[in-house]
Write a protein that binds this ligand. Structure first.
Ligand SMILES: NC(=O)c1ccc[n+]([C@@H]2O[C@H](COP(=O)([O-])OP(=O)(O)OC[C@H]3O[C@@H](n4cnc5c(N)ncnc54)[C@H](OP(=O)(O)O)[C@@H]3O)[C@@H](O)[C@H]2O)c1
Length: 330
């Protein structure tokens, strides 16, 4: 089958190459999916950049021959042993994410997924939108509904509101009846307002961390401010969700900030909650239901062709995508 294979670490246009590789075989509890669409997400960026270098020791980040990509929409080609609830020919969407970064991912004609990580895709949902929405949609769902348990009337701030996770989080918080403040760059102000933000802060004109004691919930998808400063913007009893490994300054800047946020939580003065997404069928069903009803819209930055995957990943590296990055697979 055709795949886009990582040959080394570095800029995507230098280290991602088309290749012919062996088609994978589904094992027990797995399905082989012919991929029709996929997306690009943070784990792809981390694994392809391979910085800081110590990360390269992790087996899931080992580069030569790795196929990245986690999200999928496509058609079941074959089923493994013990899979009873899916059939060949089913149109599905889901994820190959398990908690490790994949080396046998969705930047390929075929991929193997655990059957409990995919579900039949409702007719009304577009394949490309579904393929690009999985990780960012499930992350936003987990953050707003399961982790923060946002409630009507709460003041919820989303930093990084115009990216894949942010555009879903703004919509989900507004659907819960929260009063949403969206923080983004000047070119995305109209977009996030249309998605349901009651207030929009352009970060080139103001700094939300100066609004002391204001927010019940903060989802920080950028972490461009020290967590202690972000926490000052929380009202009494407010919840801080640090959710970035560093799109501002890379992992070397992001990981220590996540560490400091974790420490703040352990010291007990701030309610710090990390967003830990399962990618299971239950959550996929909730996401599918919201997409099917039209309650949740997928904002697509751009749709790339299969051979353009290096360009699509470079777009992720820029951290300037407006919504989700989509890729179609022939
Ligand atoms: N917990 C999980 O399972 C999980 C899963 C996936 C992703 N994530 C995290 O979620 C975060 C968001 O991911 P994403 O895929 O939505 O997109 P992303 O490309 O990482 O972020 C895009 C957003 O970041 C903003 N941004 C970029 N640089 C900025 C800066 N220097 N200052 C202020 N804002 C800046 C952009 O604003 P403008 O373009 O408007 O300027 C845009 O809103 C990532 O940090 C990632 O680590 C977590």
């Amino acid at each position: 089958m055709k795949a886009i294979v990582q040959t080394a670490y570095g800029p995507p246009e230098q280290v991602l190459r088309p290749a012919e590789v062996k088609r994978p075989v589904p094992g027990k509890g797995e399905v082989l999916v012919r991929v029709a669409a996929t997306g690009v997400n943070t784990p792809d960026w981390i694994a392809i950049a391979g910085e800081p270098r110590m990360l390269r020791r992790r087996s899931d980040l080992r580069a030569p021959g790795a196929i990245r990509g986690t999200d999928l929409a496509g058609v079941v080609e074959a089923i493994g042993a013990d899979v009873t609830d899916l059939r060949e020919g089913d149109r599905v969407f889901g994820s190959v994410w398990t908690s490790k970064i994949t080396t046998t991912g969705t930047f390929a004609e075929y991929t193997v997924a655990r059957a409990d990580r995919v579900m039949r895709l409702p007719e009304a949902i577009d394949t490309v939108e579904a393929g690009a929405a999985v990780m960012s949609g499930l992350t936003a769902l987990c953050a707003i509904r399961q982790t923060a348990r946002a409630r009507p009337g709460q003041k919820v701030l989303i930093n990084g509101a115009s990216g894949g996770v942010g555009t879903f989080a703004v919509q989900l918080a507004a659907l819960e009846g929260a009063e949403v403040t969206a923080v983004c760059g000047p070119s995305n102000v109209d977009l996030v307002a249309e998605l349901g933000a009651a207030r929009v802060l352009d970060y080139t004109r103001g700094d939300f961390t100066s609004e002391a004691g204001h927010y019940d919930v903060i989802l920080d998808n950028v972490m461009n401010h020290p967590p202690r400063r972000v926490a000052r913007a929380l009202a009494e009893g407010g919840v801080l969700m640090p959710n970035s490994v560093g799109n501002s300054g890379g992992l070397l800047a992001g990981l220590p900030r996540m560490g400091r946020a974790a420490l703040m939580g352990r010291l007990g003065r701030t309610d710090v909650r990390f967003v830990s997404t399962e990618h299971n069928r239950e959550d996929l069903s909730v996401l599918a239901g919201l997409l099917e009803s039209g309650g949740l819209k997928v904002v697509l930055d751009r749709t790339y062709g299969f051979e353009e995957i290096p360009k699509a990943v470079a777009r992720m590296f820029s951290h300037r995508a407006r919504g989700n990055i989509a890729v179609t697979v022939p």
